[in-house]
Design a protein around this ligand. Structure first.
Ligand SMILES: [Zn+2]
Length: 321
């Protein structure tokens, strides 16, 4: 390029977005020389080959801190054995994590980072293993429960037998169609929230989710659906049904389902930006919103990325055992 043209080209650099600058930087510097640091990716706590917790630092490999296991003598890094190891453009993970916190669409992220939409899609769902895997395990005190429904969707899957639904189509009748996927949302008064996709809203499906989750002394508040009544009877969990249609919104000034209903509204509002999500990935989106909702005061892309990498590492171990 002629110097004059180059100067003209360079003068436009100030108009680049921060993501475009990052992309340009990667293009200009050899990407292979950019290391992701331990601080960005988090540390490992065990060997992915044999699960031993005894290992030492062992230089670097693939621009990542490397470790050597004292038990099996194999070397590894924080991505070893995970599908993340094979993904390209790792230096863009941090800016992408920031976009995850902004709930960016695939299209927007791909265009701002200058990478393929399929790549962003893979990152999104790899990163979302973290909130999906790390759900709260214990809810205490007054626990509000509510079931909500999502339209079943095979978005993105091949070989559909029925004509594709209009994007983001509306459900016909709440809860009654076989095309509705029920999700149980539970939230206690300290704000700890969890959710689970149910096969159907039955007392046994509720028991499968709620018994391991609820403290024995918890008091369950629900809209009074008969499945909750049956579940409470069978499990011995205290239950305060709130009959909303009869106008009893709050019982004894304490028992209501307003927090879980508000959470449900935020979830439904938030998820509309994706114009219908594939049922196959519904749990990822539920986890994503739960993560955002519970970190409103501490949204931090570095923390998000570290948790994502760590979850992929743990998930890999889980699959092997
Ligand atoms: Zn080992």
């Amino acid at each position: 390029m002629q110097n004059e043209n180059f100067q003209q080209w360079l003068s436009q650099a100030t108009e680049l977005t921060i993501y475009q600058k990052k992309q340009a930087f990667n293009e200009l510097s050899d990407e292979t020389h950019q290391a992701l640091t331990e601080e960005q990716l988090g540390e490992v706590s065990y060997c992915p080959h044999c699960a031993s917790s005894k290992f030492t630092h062992w230089g670097q490999s693939h621009n990542l801190p490397r470790y050597r296991c004292k038990a099996c003598l194999k070397t590894f890094n924080v991505l070893t054995g995970t599908p993340l190891a094979r993904l390209r453009h790792k230096s863009l993970w941090l800016p992408y994590s920031e976009m995850m916190l902004e709930s960016s669409t695939i299209r927007k992220a791909a265009s701002e980072l200058g990478i393929d939409k399929n790549t962003v899609f893979r990152w999104r769902h790899r990163f979302l293993i973290s909130p999906t895997l790390h759900k709260p395990e214990h809810l205490t005190g007054i626990v509000e429960a509510d079931e909500t429904f999502f339209l079943e969707s095979h978005k993105g899957e091949q070989g559909l037998t029925r004509p594709p639904r209009k994007r983001g189509g509306k459900a016909t009748k709440r809860g009654t169609s076989s095309e509705q996927v029920p999700v149980l949302i539970v939230r206690d008064r300290s704000g700890v929230t969890s959710e689970e996709i149910l096969p159907r809203v039955t007392s046994s499906a509720l028991a499968d989710v709620l018994i391991p989750l609820l403290d024995a002394d918890a008091i369950l508040c629900s809209d009074g659906h008969r499945s909750y009544q049956a579940f409470a009877r069978e499990s011995g969990i205290s239950h305060r049904p709130i009959n909303l249609s009869a106008g009893n919104r709050v019982i004894d000034k304490a028992f209501h389902v307003q927090n879980v209903n508000a959470y449900d509204s935020r979830l439904k509002g938030w998820i509309t930006r994706f114009h219908g999500v594939a049922t196959k990935y519904l749990d990822h989106y539920l986890g994503w919103q739960r993560w955002l909702d519970s970190h409103t005061k501490s949204l931090n892309p570095q923390k998000f990325l570290r948790e994502a990498v760590r979850a992929n590492y743990d998930y890999q171990q889980l699959m092997l055992t």
